[in-house]
Design a protein around this ligand. Structure first.
Ligand code: G
Ligand code: G
Ligand code: MN
Ligand code: NA
Length: 250
């Protein structure tokens, strides 16, 4: 059977799991929370990369089932974490367009009892391209539930300054392509600094993604960037390793 047929028949609870990557506060080094990242372990094919199955799931509509499963599973897991640790869940443009997203969010929060301020969704700029008014009001409804909204991969797409004025984001996640260069390139550092300053003046938090080296960390510590994420601290890990990270940091 094709990968598409395998995906169509896959039960989320049986073949999928979430891995979690820690997110740290820059100044204090405190653990702020985790980004949940979906993993598909097919019984015969083995591990399939999200880069391969997410687009396929978006084309076939399977992402609606997988996305709702991920939201619920992430909220259930996060409800068992200590303190105010946040869970960030990636949401596809297809989930946005379909119209069931608010219901899936409400359901995940009520099933898990997770306080809404501990849930953040990550959306990409592609969501902003169409249906502007409908998109703005959906984001406002989601914010009104107390859920935070991050704009993922910021700086790579089409997001213009006007998006930042009109859409109620709580966070900008600076794409790792910029972070990769900050220790060597004055231009990359200038762009990252500009994004951080923009966020700070608009009251929007910033996260630097893909921090891999000490030199990058030092460069970011000199800026007013809020949070960090990257292989330097940890790759996405399974639930057992996650508990380990929580007990190390807390
Ligand atoms: O975890 P990894 O770096 O392999 O993820 C590759 C891509 O798949 C990233 O762009 C990531 O945002 C996306 N992805 C991972 N998990 C999810 C998910 O649960 N939902 C959606 N929509 N995308 C995800
Ligand atoms: O598109 P999004 O930002 O959601 O993608 C997250 C992806 O980035 C995950 O697949 C994760 O495995 C990957 N990732 C996380 N940290 C790093 C890093 O430090 N370097 C690289 N190259 N990828 C990373
Ligand atoms: Mn993300
Ligand atoms: Na990203």
């Amino acid at each position: 059977r094709t990968l598409e047929a395998e995906l169509r028949n896959a039960q989320p609870d049986e073949q999928f799991e979430l891995h979690y990557q820690p997110i740290l506060a820059v100044k204090s080094g405190y653990l702020r929370g985790f980004e949940a990242l979906m993993r598909w372990n097919h019984p015969r094919i083995g591990r399939v990369s999200p880069a391969d199955f997410i687009p396929l799931a978006e084309e076939t509509g399977k992402i609606l089932e997988l996305g709702a499963w991920a939201l619920r599973a992430a909220c259930m897991e996060a409800a068992s974490w200590p303190g105010d640790l946040v869970v960030a869940v990636n949401v596809s443009a297809v989930q946005f367009r379909n119209g069931g997203l608010e219901a899936a969010l409400t359901q995940a929060l009520s099933d898990s009892n997770l306080p809404p301020h501990r849930l953040e969704i990550e959306i990409t700029e592609s969501i902003l391209l169409e249906q502007t008014d409908a998109t703005i009001s959906m984001l406002e409804n989601i914010r009104a539930l107390g859920i935070r909204v991050a704009l993922d991969d910021f700086g790579t797409g089409f997001a213009s300054m006007s998006y930042l004025r009109h859409f109620p984001f709580s966070r900008l996640k600076i794409d790792r392509s910029f972070i990769q260069e900050i220790a060597e390139s004055q231009q990359a550092l200038a762009i990252v600094r500009a994004i951080i300053n923009l966020g700070n003046s608009l009251g929007i938090d910033t996260t630097a993604e893909g921090v891999e080296t000490d030199a990058q960390l030092i460069a970011l510590q000199a800026e007013e960037c809020g949070e960090l994420q990257g292989y330097l601290f940890s790759p996405p890990v399974n639930q057992a390793a996650l508990s380990q990270i929580i007990s190390t940091y807390l």
